[in-house]
Design a protein around this ligand. Structure first.
Ligand SMILES: *[C@@H]1O[C@H](CO)[C@@H](O)[C@H](O)[C@H]1NC(C)=O
Ligand SMILES: *[C@@H]1O[C@H](CO)[C@@H](O)[C@H](O)[C@H]1NC(C)=O
Ligand SMILES: *[C@@H]1O[C@H](CO)[C@@H](O)[C@H](O)[C@H]1NC(C)=O
Ligand SMILES: *[C@@H]1O[C@H](CO)[C@@H](O)[C@H](O)[C@H]1NC(C)=O
Ligand SMILES: *[C@@H]1O[C@H](CO)[C@@H](O)[C@H](O)[C@H]1NC(C)=O
Ligand SMILES: *[C@@H]1O[C@H](CO)[C@@H](O)[C@H](O)[C@H]1NC(C)=O
Ligand SMILES: *[C@@H]1O[C@H](CO)[C@@H](O)[C@H](O)[C@H]1NC(C)=O
Ligand SMILES: *[C@@H]1O[C@H](CO)[C@@H](O)[C@H](O)[C@H]1NC(C)=O
Ligand SMILES: *[C@@H]1O[C@H](CO)[C@@H](O)[C@H](O)[C@H]1NC(C)=O
Ligand SMILES: *[C@@H]1O[C@H](CO)[C@@H](O)[C@H](O)[C@H]1NC(C)=O
Ligand SMILES: *[C@@H]1O[C@H](CO)[C@@H](O)[C@H](O)[C@H]1NC(C)=O
Ligand SMILES: *[C@@H]1O[C@H](CO)[C@@H](O)[C@H](O)[C@H]1NC(C)=O
Length: 388
């Protein structure tokens, strides 16, 4: 007679070094489908390694804590259509999981895996409901993962050890959170559409050089919070778009030499739409595909620019376009001489200072900037296309 209870098969591997046991457990069908914390505890009392996938039933309620479990060989997930009243997910002993994918959990306030170092197929939290709950996201030891996606309102993010990943995408309102990526060296794409109060990525050198990235990848930063300064002190290379919008004071990219040259520039490039007076100094930028600066641009310098497909600067502030004569003269040695456009639309003067340009036929269409909803939709689309 079959019982509904999960059949546990035991494998005991003595670890002479630690004097402890690794207990590997398997279940029929390879799916641990828990209905309550009590049913979880029955398993975690005897197991350290769970073979297969871990999920909860839609009737699960409250917190989920997997004590003792160091390895989930498959995925820990919830992605039924129905929402589940899961309030927190704690994985205190976990070192490894194939993937972490928590969706449709409007009450979720925490996803925490303080020891996990490796999640090869990525980590994802998607709150598919109008949840005002703020999620604390804690993966301080995570070094390597395919990607991190948070579509949620976020109270804090800890990705202190993350060094390399295909993408980091976050969209939600957040609450003026600090976004720090102290260990990040390379990322395929960095999309952050939320309210952040500070940002740092001190070691980030390259964006978008990994294989298999779609056009439009690169940097997208859209902050609805207080004005923030964005600095990438080590960034040298961006393959893809750089798109900044809304409340960003300044962009510092002192070592950036190359931007957006490997994508089809008809579909993107660099697009910056500041709502507040914005300064940028592309001190080292030599080669770029397209550059759009539109809005409250107070200063934008390109001292060493060599080649560019298209530049358009439209400032709502008094802006001296003749400051680009020298840059333009240099660029006129390239095939893109007719792709320069500078226009101050500041209205307190009798004359606008206008520089050059024949047509804007080559004007690239920026991807997904401006409306957060569109950005989220684009990101979800991207998720479907390139992740799972
Ligand atoms: C963790 O495993 C140990 C050893 O098997 C056990 O004594 C303890 O109760 C387990 N903890 C939980 C929360 O199940
Ligand atoms: C866990 O192990 C104990 C003895 O070590 C056993 O009595 C108990 O039935 C086991 N629990 C499960 C769910 O198999
Ligand atoms: C888990 O079990 C519940 C019933 O308790 C069921 O509704 C749900 O579909 C199961 N989940 C999966 C992924 O099979
Ligand atoms: C966890 O399990 C996976 C899959 O079996 C294995 O590749 C990995 O090495 C294990 N990790 C740890 C820390 O036990
Ligand atoms: C889940 O919802 C989507 C969209 O509402 C629907 O297309 C799909 O058929 C649903 N799947 C299941 C298993 O109910
Ligand atoms: C979210 O709220 C909006 C407006 O209040 C409503 O139209 C929409 O159906 C809600 N969505 C969900 C998934 O509850
Ligand atoms: C974030 O919160 C706002 C309002 O509090 C809500 O409208 C929005 O749907 C929430 N977003 C998510 C992803 O839950
Ligand atoms: C670039 O993209 C545009 C618009 O999608 C397309 O018409 C054009 O053929 C593409 N060019 C190349 C070289 O792929
Ligand atoms: C520029 O900033 C001023 C005030 O700082 C604001 O009123 C105006 O709307 C901004 N322009 C744009 C295009 O965001
Ligand atoms: C810019 O591009 C030109 C032509 O492809 C190349 O010779 C030069 O080295 C590039 N400059 C930098 C700083 O990458
Ligand atoms: C400058 O921008 C304004 C507002 O977009 C536009 O009306 C004007 O025609 C532009 N000037 C030139 C020379 O394109
Ligand atoms: C507009 O121009 C007048 C006269 O030059 C000057 O007094 C005033 O400060 C200007 N206003 C702004 C907002 O720049």
């Amino acid at each position: 007679m079959k019982s509904n209870r999960q059949a546990l098969a035991w494998g005991m591997i003595a670890s002479s070094v630690w004097g402890a046991f690794a207990q590997e457990c398997t279940t029929s069908g390879g799916l641990w489908n828990f209905t309550s914390q009590a049913s979880v505890d029955l398993v975690t009392h005897n197991c350290t390694i769970l073979n297969g996938d871990v999920t909860v039933s839609p009737s699960y309620s409250g917190s989920l804590t997997l004590n003792n479990i160091t390895n989930i060989t498959g995925e820990i997930y919830y992605y039924q259509n129905q929402t589940v009243d899961l309030t927190s997910v704690d994985l205190p002993d976990l070192l490894y999981a194939g993937a972490v994918d928590i969706e449709n959990t409007p009450s979720l306030t925490r996803l925490s895996a303080p020891k996990v170092t490796e999640v090869p197929d990525g980590v994802m939290v998607v709150i598919i409901a109008n949840s005002s709950a703020l999620v604390e996201f804690e993966f301080p030891e995570l070094v390597d993962t395919n990607g991190v996606i948070l579509f949620a309102n976020i109270s804090s993010v800890d990705l202190t050890s993350l060094e390399s990943t295909q993408f980091v995408s976050m969209a939600g309102t957040g609450d003026g959170i600090a976004l720090d990526f102290p260990s990040l060296r390379e990322v395929g794409m960095l999309d952050l559409v939320l309210s952040f109060s500070s940002f740092s990525a001190p070691l980030l050198e390259t964006i978008g050089t990994s294989e298999g990235l779609a056009t439009g990848d690169g940097i997208l930063l859209w902050s609805s919070g207080d004005p923030v300064d964005i600095s990438f002190p080590k960034l040298t290379y961006v393959a893809g778009n750089i798109q900044l919008s809304e409340n960003i004071n300044s962009l510092s990219v002192p070592l950036l030499t190359t931007a957006a040259t490997t994508t089809n520039t008809s579909e993107g490039g660099m697009a910056i739409y500041p709502a507040i007076p914005f300064t940028v100094d592309f001190t080292s930028l030599a080669n770029a595909s397209s550059i759009l600066l539109d809005g409250n641009i107070s200063s934008a310098l390109f001292p060493v620019l060599e080649t560019v497909d298209y530049i358009e600067i439209t400032s709502t502030l008094p802006f001296n376009c003749s400051s680009y004569d020298a840059v333009q003269a240099r660029a006129e040695t390239t095939a893109f001489a007719d792709k320069w456009f500078c226009n101050s639309t500041y209205t307190n003067t009798t004359s606008t200072t206008t520089k050059a340009t024949k047509s804007d036929a080559g004007r690239p269409v920026p991807v997904g900037v401006g409306l957060s909803g569109c950005v989220v939709a684009a990101m979800v689309g991207l998720l479907g296309l390139s992740l799972w």
